[in-house]
Design a protein around this ligand. Structure first.
Ligand SMILES: C=C(O[C@@H]1C=C(C(=O)O)C=C[C@H]1O)C(=O)O
Length: 294
């Protein structure tokens, strides 16, 4: 029987997906987060890198791979609120239809500041929507990355590579992952690789994903160069964008995920993850470390 994957194919997943060879018996489709979230829940696909908030909302039926994430500690550059007035003065904010996660995150961040602007779904370029009367525009993914650079670029040789600029052209870009870090001190997990608990992925697929990720992270400059051309952005910018991601759902990422879950979806079912890889090898390592004790 065929196992069907649904990939959100934003540039931030390129270090995993670009060199992924699907094993026999696995097929894949691609789409934006809201499409892949729905495809997984309706059963159209069997595994997808879905918005973490959908994983949390459906924790009663879903499980996630224990070592895959799209996460950052600090700014992400592609989940952006573009605004022309201070956050406190925003009255109408346009939301993207592509994203579940960023909307839930924005709601948490606004609530933390005691703010409640009107939130409406509206598509289009951030600058056009701001010109048409919105005070804020939420955008994600590749178009948000491009629009951030249009506002805050071009980078000068002196621009620090640890924190890129966030304003220009009369527009401030509030990076939601950076705001989350300021609020909690935790990483923010945007996506996990989830599947229905009664239908886990074949081990060959997970193995292929781990190999593809190892290859992608090992050749990040090549991945960045390829995607910089597609995005029409400088290689240096895309390289910075990509090396900033945390793809392994490590302990700090899980802390961030649990903190977000508690704030955004109170009363959610316990989050479940599949078995950790390489358990045996770790056991052997700790045994040999024991033998080194004096
Ligand atoms: C950081 C991003 O992460 C993505 C954002 C998602 C969302 O907002 O629902 C879902 C999957 C992530 O891969 C981005 O694409 O900008």
């Amino acid at each position: 029987m065929t196992y069907r994957a649904g990939w959100i194919h934003y540039t931030n997943v390129a270090p995993i997906l670009d060199s992924l060879t699907l094993p026999a018996g696995v097929t894949a489709i691609t789409g934006v987060p809201t499409q892949m979230n729905a495809a997984l829940l309706s059963g159209e696909v069997d595994i997808a890198n879905i918005s973490a908030v959908e994983f949390i909302r459906h924790a009663d039926v879903l499980e996630a791979l224990p070592d895959f994430s799209v996460a950052v500690l600090g700014p992400v550059y592609s989940v952006n609120l573009f605004h022309t007035v201070p956050l406190e003065r925003m009255r109408r904010v346009a939301l993207t239809r592509q994203s579940a996660m960023s909307v839930a995150l924005l709601e948490v961040l606004l609530a933390a500041r005691g703010l409640s602007p009107t939130l409406e779904r509206a598509e289009g370029e951030a600058e056009d929507l701001l010109a048409s009367g919105y005070d804020g525009v939420l955008r994600i993914g590749d178009s948000a990355l491009r629009e951030w650079y249009r506002v805050a670029g071009p980078l000068t040789p002196e621009t620090t590579m640890t924190m890129l600029p966030h304003e220009g052209r009369g527009i401030t870009v509030t990076d939601l992952a950076e705001e989350w870090f300021r609020l909690t001190g935790h990483p923010f997990v945007f996506a996990v690789w989830a599947y229905r608990r009664d239908n886990p992925p074949p081990p060959a697929l997970v193995q292929a994903m781990r190999e593809a990720r190892r290859h992608g992270i090992g050749h990040l400059a090549d991945v960045a160069a390829r995607h910089a051309r597609k995005l029409g952005l400088p290689e240096r910018v895309v390289q910075h964008y990509l090396w900033n991601f945390r793809y392994h759902l490590e302990a700090p990422d899980r802390l961030g995920l649990h903190e977000f879950a508690a704030q955004a979806v109170p009363g959610h079912a316990p989050l479940r993850f599949g078995p950790q890889p390489g358990g045996e090898r770790r056991h052997v390592l700790s045994a040999s470390a024991d033998t080194l004790k004096p």
